[in-house]
Design a protein around this ligand. Sequence first.
Ligand code: UD1
Ligand code: UDP
Length: 354
Amino acid sequence: MTLKIVTVIGARPQFIKAAVVSQALRVAGHQEILVNTGQHYDDNMAQVFFDEMGIPKPHFNLGVGSGTHAAQTSAALVGLEEILIREKPDWVILFGDTNATIAGALAASKLHIKIAHIEAGLRSFNRRMPEEINRIVTDVLSEKKFVPTQVAVDNLHQEGITSGIHIVGDVMVDALMQYTPIGEAQSDVLARHQLTEKSFVLLTIHRPSNADDDIRFKHILEAVGSVEQTVVFPVHPRSKARVQRLLKDVNRSILTIDPVGYLDMMVLEKAAHTIITDSGGIQKEAYLHRTPCLTVRNETEWVETVRDGWNILVGETVEKIPELVSNFPTPTRWEAHYGQGDAAHTIVEILANQ
Ligand code: UD1
Ligand code: UDP
């Protein structure tokens, strides 16, 4: 059966996830209408992913841009409702936990359009994270919950959600497996920044709890800047001005660069000695590339990475970062917790067979 699908994207990680799902939909001959809410709009936060990963030009761009949670969510909600009324798709596909996700969930559910939520069931159990609210609401409203792991199934069961759950792996594995070899063949990011394999630390910070507080952010930069290795920091636009200001007072050398495209990022993550991050996706990618990771948070959704010893939470112990980078305890094991790289294909098959 040929499906008509509206896929909602808006932020950097959603472009990456959509790349592989959109490809699987095309291969199976379904009709996809791609709607970009426009939450991320800088070329290096948006267009670069379309160009490098071959994502089709969205049929609609809602131009939501930056703003408060209510401003972003409501603008996306109004725009999406109009499109869904006109297009009447069989399914709406939503990814992850951003404001584009919750807007899509509210718009579709009130129009009685079925929702397929990809990367469902993840929980940090910290409702001070905006993403936690977005995930909980989206999971409740979704017909299909495509989860990466049994842990995600258990999380949903604890909330009384027991139907429409499918363990399919993680589409970010698909993306990583498909595009890392292309990055290794094409990217000159290491040479461009005079970096050599396993001699540098890769840093990303963008969570409001770290990035929106001067004292906290300075503390992190001081600690990270004390590691032996060169530190490379692709700065999220959220904190560009703050980082420039804080680094004037931080007596350490950190190489700040603009956000990079996915191909460069795969090469940086794989070649890094250690990754230090508060990103959800990057913690998981560190595990997949088998690069040790320190996560600057008190909790994580990707608990397997911590359990296996590849990821250490340092939200409360930022000052230990230099010692942990020098002497990262040897990880105990590695398993393909997040699938074999065929999640997008499996999702499309399940939707087609409904
Ligand atoms: C959003 C998501 C977060 C996700 C992250 C991925 C929500 C609630 N948050 O957070 O879950 O982890 O994307 O990166 O949806 N900005 C620009 N140019 C851009 C985009 C953003 O300058 O292209 C700046 C603006 O000053 C903006 C700020 O970054 O106010 C924050 O952007 P926003 O999309 O609100 O949140 P993120 O931190 O990116
Ligand atoms: N990423 C990228 N370039 C960068 C930083 C991140 O391509 O400069 C990719 C990263 O590899 C991962 C995704 O963006 O696939 C993660 O996005 P982000 O950290 O913004 O969001 P989160 O995963 O925390 O929601």
